[in-house]
Design a protein around this ligand. Structure first.
Ligand SMILES: NC(=O)C1=CN([C@@H]2O[C@H](COP(=O)(O)OP(=O)(O)OC[C@H]3O[C@@H](n4cnc5c(N)ncnc54)[C@H](OP(=O)(O)O)[C@@H]3O)[C@@H](O)[C@H]2O)C=CC1
Ligand SMILES: O=C1CO[C@H](CO)[C@@H](O)[C@@H]1O
Length: 277
């Protein structure tokens, strides 16, 4: 599967004891895209859920779009393939559909993974527009990044970075679309979002998901709760339209509020958040 399905299941903080079941429920209710990472320490349990649904015959491997991410300690060229192999082993897969550099730096060794058939596509995460531009302008670029996965929700709507990416034909994937989990922000209680939700008889989460889909942004809400896993894919996130006035009201909530700042890396030369976008 080459195109990234517009809605995926996030898995950060999905506890190893819960995530196998969550993945199984998600596949049953129609999720085909799963957002994973070495950093999340649950790839093995996610793999168990995927494997079980493949064995049951509910899905085939080629129906799924599995994403993982290379962590910062493995950027050195010689460490990239072992890191990818470890992730594949944990997920019990022969290939990934997409492998992202979790945070900026290094790309050449990622291209080799595509050539070796270990991953179908590569992409980036947390890249600012200058970093992405630099990458796209590399003279010998063999494989273009398929997506830039970035934090995105109404308090950080990323208008400029999204239009930059889309103008360069790089898709955007929105992480923390619901405002993140514990330690996140109570976006779903915002009165503007609540009133839009009430008007359309949707939940606040469905409004936040629809907001991204309507901007042609891929969205990966995380849940391990069966009711919420279903809520996030059904209830009209695909078949209703937010009118322009509601989209504008959601855009007006922007306050440049970033949840994921990775402060320990802020003095790194490639720290992405020192420029506006
Ligand atoms: N590339 C990167 O650097 C990053 C990538 N990510 C990716 O993005 C994904 C999504 O971001 P994440 O930080 O998880 O935050 P989200 O914005 O997806 O919010 C997840 C939280 O919302 C709750 N929730 C889910 N659905 C609903 C609902 N319908 N109603 C009410 N509450 C709900 C979840 O709880 P419950 O599970 O109990 O339902 C959880 O506490 C991550 O899981 C990860 O895969 C995240 C951060 C950084
Ligand atoms: O995906 C992620 C989950 O959270 C981590 C800790 O804040 C982030 O660094 C990372 O980008």
């Amino acid at each position: 599967m080459e195109k990234i399905p517009v809605l995926g299941l996030g898995t950060w903080k999905a506890a190893p004891g819960e995530v196998t079941e969550a993945v199984k429920v998600a596949i049953d209710v129609g999720y085909r895209h799963f957002d994973c990472a070495y950093l999340y320490h649950n790839e093995s349990e996610i793999g168990a859920g995927i494997q079980s649904k493949i064995q049951e015959g509910v899905v085939r491997r080629e129906d799924l779009f599995i994403v993982s991410k290379l962590w910062c300690t493995s950027h050195k060229k010689s460490l990239v393939r072992p890191a990818c192999s470890n992730t594949l082993k944990a997920l019990k897969l022969e290939y990934l559909d997409l492998y992202l550099i979790h945070w900026p730096m290094g790309f050449k060794a990622m291209e080799d993974l595509v050539a070796a058939g270990l991953v179908k596509a590569i992409g980036v995460s947390n890249f600012n527009h200058e970093q992405l531009e630099r990458l796209l302008n590399k003279p010998n670029l063999r494989f273009k990044p398929l997506t830039n996965q970035i934090e995105c929700h109404p308090y950080l709507n990323q208008k400029n970075l999204i239009s930059f990416c889309q103008s360069r034909d790089v898709s955007v994937t929105a992480y923390q679309p619901l405002g993140g989990s514990s330690g996140g922000v109570d976006l779903m209680d915002n009165p503007v979002i609540q009133s839009i939700a009430q008007k359309h008889q949707k939940s606040a989460a469905q409004i936040l998901i629809r907001f991204q889909i309507q901007r042609n942004v891929i969205v990966i809400p995380k849940s391990v709760n069966p009711k919420r896993i279903l809520e996030n894919i059904q209830g009209g996130v695909f078949d209703f339209e937010l009118p322009e006035e509601d989209m504008n009201a959601l855009f007006s909530l922007d306050r440049n509020f970033r949840l994921t700042k990775f402060p320990t890396a802020k003095n790194h030369k490639d720290y992405p958040f020192h420029i506006e976008y």
